[in-house]
Design a protein around this ligand. Structure first.
Ligand code: NI
Ligand code: MN
Length: 223
């Protein structure tokens, strides 16, 4: 499988079987993004929560690509009212799709659509594709149950926010990686605006000091 960073918290995952899954595709107004929503395709779109920098261009992409949106049930209702295809999950729930499996985890954060609609709980995402487990924490503070997430499955890639203010900062994200013990930690949700400025090299050095691996992706980079 291929994982491409699109900037902020947006990622594209492509399976060997040819399925494309987007997570939190905020592109058109994302100062970090190197691709626009009209030049990206998706079969499925996973949304962690409804804040504008995560909901992003999901509606536009889903409509153009006839993609299915996977998110908490309350946010599904919001998209269903717009005539889009959805698949509901709730925290702790999982489901197999043609590309692999998705499970929602807790995330300590809020959620509300840009137009003020109720959107249920914010979530993190565990996604298995081609035998690889990706944990996109969503926007969250640090929580002890991350240890359980790391115990219940081997996380290969942990996508963790480090920008502080709205999410974990570097100190807590380092602790999060220590709890989850992923194969590789990739920082996200930083330097999009001055208010969430963070130095990923500082984060990477501290992850490496724990004996773990850190990979800093620039928007557009792929692994
Ligand atoms: Ni948020
Ligand atoms: Mn956010």
């Amino acid at each position: 499988m291929k994982l491409r960073y699109l900037g902020h918290s947006a990622f594209e995952l492509r399976s060997d079987s040819g399925h494309t899954v987007l997570i939190d595709p905020w592109l058109d107004d994302n100062p970090q993004a190197t691709v626009k929503s009209d030049s990206i395709n998706a079969d499925y779109i996973v949304i962690t929560h409804a804040h504008f920098d995560h909901l992003g261009d999901a509606e536009k992409i889903a409509r153009r690509c006839n993609a299915e949106i996977i998110c908490v049930v309350e946010l599904c209702s919001y998209f269903e009212n717009k005539g889009l295809k959805t698949h509901p999950l709730q925290i702790g729930g999982s489901k197999s799709f043609p590309f692999g499996r998705v499970k929602l985890t807790i995330a300590w954060h809020g959620s509300q659509t840009p137009d003020g609609a109720y959107a249920g709980l914010a979530a993190g995402v565990l996604l298995w594709m081609d035998g690889v487990c990706v944990y996109h924490t969503g926007d969250t503070g640090l929580f002890q149950d991350m240890k359980l997430i790391g115990e219940l499955q081997k996380v290969d890639y942990m996508l963790a926010p480090i920008g502080d203010i709205y999410t974990m900062g570097i100190d807590d994200a380092v602790k999060a990686a220590e709890l989850v013990h992923p194969g590789i930690t990739i920082p996200m949700h930083y330097n999009t605006w001055p208010i969430i400025a963070a130095d990923p090299e500082v984060f990477a050095a501290r992850i490496k000091a724990l004996g773990l691996k850190c990979l800093i992706l620039k928007p557009g980079d792929e692994v």
